[in-house]
Design a binder for this molecule. Structure first.
Ligand code: ARG
Length: 576
């Protein structure tokens, strides 16, 4: 149950009963400090101002109307007219029992929507770079969360698999095949292959001629070119899939919906936009002028949707793709996890989409932008030589570092278990470091921070889980042995339980806003409250009823951490 929503409803009703206009916001939030209770309603001041009454007096009226019988044990007015709500211990205990009895931990499913999530989206014959890493990790966490809430999620891996560069790539693949026979899927250094293709194109006139010819043929549906194109896509996606699997990212080959998929739609889109009077010819190109965007001379900005030579653009594809996601996939919401530098591009494409009526207003097109990944020096993350960091190399390094760490911490474990722990911690560290930051800002990629066992890190959270789970192991009981009810005898228990019951609020926030750091922050806080509880409240030495209640709190904590990390795509370990 979402307690915040419940209380918000109750306060809204009370506001209205006290004379507030219908729909006045109750603005109920989780309280920042225990002294302000569990929740705080901040809406009274605004309404009082609107009504021209004294806010504290109005707050008193609201409280008289507020029906939180059995839910809250205390409601008080604070400061200029905040209402602080203290939940009842019995009610909290009851909710804990419900959560424990439910494999979803009491998290309700939402009304099912069809949600398309555009993420990862690497480019063919190029290495995945760190921008794709961010998109992949953040997108996948949100996908998992949306699915958990019962939505129908369609993963759309919008790979860059179309464009004139395929002429030179095909020509080069042909050359390599002639020289060394059939190429395996081990065209391991894609970046080098791409550079080599480009060099040949620039320096070898015959090659360039062949390449241009292949572009035309590929676009015309030529079988040979299609086959070569597919080979390039396959090699790339086999390599990317290895990264996805290593990272525990849920994308598969079936989720690929690359740019090429929309190719056949593009002529029709341009024709339609012309017919609707949105696109006009300008210097031989087809252009949509948007009043919403001004160029440097203050004139409406022209967005090219078809070049003079007939070629289409990235924007044209994104117009088609939004249309397809609504029309064909039946999307209610479309989420795009893309670098913030592409914001203007998306806004232009979507402005055109809306003007053309391709996607109705109630279907949201959402750009969930993220900043750059920076090196420790605060500059864009690069290799020492200034090149792109290969994702596979980055993950290898993470494993190497985690192996050393685990070796130092737990030399007595057997080799296989150590290797498994190191791998799990390494991938978790890379992911969590990204997920725990507010995604819109740039963030510094720092090995020492992400692998630390203190602070808001993956090792800390994974260790917290292991520790809580081990308390249970030491008690040597099953959940079904715990027959005594949850009861609150100490304020540390109450603080922990109140936080535990806010899990659903965190899940829903991530789903709504696409901000996984909200879950990380929640779990980190939860782990901290558990530590304080564990320090203050002995478990195994307590008398039986108290012991069982505390074991239940520990169990619910373990389950919540595991579930929360799982929604982030992060694995837990029984031993570390
Ligand atoms: N392939 C693009 C890139 O590497 C990202 C595509 C994002 N998705 C989209 N619908 N434009 O920049």
């Amino acid at each position: 149950m979402n307690i915040q929503a419940l209380i918000n409803d109750k306060v809204s009703q009370a506001l209205e009963a006290a004379g507030a206009p219908a729909g006045s916001p109750a603005a109920v939030r989780q309280s920042a400090k225990a002294q302000f209770g569990d929740y705080q309603a901040n809406g009274v001041m605004g309404v009082a101002k609107q009504l021209g009454t004294n806010p504290r007096e109005f707050a008193q009226k609201v409280i008289e109307q507020l029906d939180l019988d059995g839910i809250a044990e205390k409601v008080e007015i604070a400061g200029p007219g905040f209402i602080n709500i203290f939940l009842s211990k019995e009610w909290l205990a009851e909710q804990a029992e419900k959560a424990l009895a439910d494999e979803r931990l009491g998290v309700a499913k939402e009304e099912t929507k069809t949600i398309v999530v555009d993420y990862s989206a690497p480019n063919v014959a190029k290495e995945m770079h760190v921008g794709h890493l961010r998109s992949t990790i953040i997108g996948d966490a949100v996908v998992r969360t949306l699915e958990h809430l019962g939505h129908k999620v369609i993963r759309a891996n919008h790979i860059g698999d179309w464009g004139t560069q395929f002429g030179m790539l095909i020509a080069n693949l042909e050359r390599v095949q002639k020289e060394s026979g059939e190429v395996s899927m081990e065209l391991s250094d894609l970046e080098a292959f791409y550079r080599e293709s480009k060099k040949l194109y620039d320096e070898d006139a015959d090659f360039a001629e062949r390449a241009r010819n292949y572009v035309v043929k590929l676009q015309g549906g030529d079988e040979y070119c299609a086959e070569m194109w597919k080979k390039l896509v396959d090699v790339t996606m086999i390599q990317n899939q290895r990264n996805y699997d290593r990272l525990n990212v849920s994308l598969t080959r079936d989720d690929v919906m690359g740019e090429s998929m929309y190719n056949d739609m593009l002529p029709g889109i341009v024709a339609d936009l012309k017919e609707k009077g949105l696109a006009v010819e300008d210097d031989g190109a087809q252009v949509v002028f948007l009043d919403e965007y001004k160029n440097k001379d203050g004139e409406p900005m022209g967005v090219i949707i078809q070049k003079r030579d007939g070629g289409f653009l990235y924007t044209t594809t994104d117009i088609a793709c939004a249309k397809y996601r609504y029309e064909t996939l039946g999307a209610d919401r479309v989420l795009y996890f893309i670098d913030s530098r592409q914001h203007q591009h998306l806004m232009q494409a979507w402005t055109i989409v809306r003007k053309a009526g391709y996607v109705p207003e109630d279907v949201t097109l959402e750009h969930h932008a993220f900043g750059m990944m920076l090196g420790k020096d605060g500059r864009p993350f690069k290799t020492r030589a200034g090149g792109t960091v290969r994702l596979a190399d980055l993950l290898d390094e993470a494993e190497e570092r985690a192996t050393k760490l685990i070796e130092a911490k737990n030399p007595e474990l057997d080799a296989e278990e150590k290797a498994n722990i190191a791998k799990t911690v390494a991938m978790a560290a890379v992911k969590y470091a990204d997920l725990s930051k507010h995604r819109t800002t740039d963030y510094i990629f720092d090995w020492d921070n992400m692998l630390a066992f203190e602070g808001n890190t993956a090792p800390y959270m994974q260790y917290a889980y292991t520790r809580v789970a081990s308390i249970f192991k030491r008690a040597n009981v099953e959940q079904s042995d715990l027959t005594h009810p949850v009861m609150i005898t100490d304020e540390k228990e109450q603080a922990l339980l109140s936080k535990l019951l806010q899990f659903e609020e965190a899940v829903q926030t991530v789903a709504r806003e696409g901000h996984p750091h909200v879950m990380c922050a929640y779990l980190f806080e939860l782990a901290g409250l558990f530590s304080s509880f564990y320090e203050a409240c002995p478990i195994l030495n307590a008398e039986e009823a108290v012991k069982q209640s505390r074991l239940k709190l520990a169990l619910l904590t373990a389950k919540t951490i595991k579930q929360g990390l799982d929604l982030l795509g992060i694995e837990t370990l029984d031993r570390m």
